[in-house]
Design a binder for this molecule. Sequence first.
Ligand SMILES: *[C@@H]1O[C@H](CO)[C@@H](O)[C@H](O)[C@H]1NC(C)=O
Length: 244
Amino acid sequence: MDYSCHHGSKGSSRQAADWRSATVAFAYTTLLIVASSVRMVQAADPDPLQDFCVADMSSHAPHVNGFPCKDRAKVTSKDFLYTGMRKAGNASSTGTNAFPLIVDVLLYPALNTLGISHGRLDFDIGGVIPPHTHPFASETLFVVKGTVYTGFISFDNILYAETLQEGDVYIFPKGSLHFQLNVGNGPAVTFNSLNSQNPGFLSAANQLLVTKIPEKVLETSIGINAKTLKLLQDSVPLSFGGSR
Ligand SMILES: *[C@@H]1O[C@H](CO)[C@@H](O)[C@H](O)[C@H]1NC(C)=O
């Protein structure tokens, strides 16, 4: 566009028209940005309306979003303390030689309304946390001890994975399928952070194979016969959800 030859009333009105369309374009772009950031905000846990709201799990008050707050006069510093991650989880109790402890609002009521939760994963040698998703949270994993191969599947089905040493961090985008495998010669421990008070833990194998999806659906979807399906269904560890 040539701004140098806009003289007289005709020029000014053309210039004005240019500015008008530029303004409209700017407003439209701003609107798009605002609209998409509003969507982003809504996709995470909502912002709290007070500094804290320690969940009162015994309250029968309606749960509007999250849990009702404990009477503030009865809240003490102990309410904000969680000691349940001191000890290792029992890796040999799950059937995969790894134990996931997800410390969500149900275990740690002070998280209520604050949009965060934590996890501790304990692995024996070769232990696996099966492929799973957290529908409500992105997650970072920090290797406290050992060597862990971990990764996630993007929404376009690409595997992103790395072998992590002590002190390394990996991130799993919200809703992505991810897993962990201890590839070291000893036990491994990770500390995890999730940006939701209630991230959810959905094991893919359990959701698919040990829920009540009709066999016909599974046989056709996976492309296997009844015998193979039964074999798969009977071998999935139930510690990650579902029942036979
Ligand atoms: C760990 O789990 C296994 C299998 O369920 C059990 O035999 C063992 O006693 C448990 N160990 C501890 C320390 O609780």
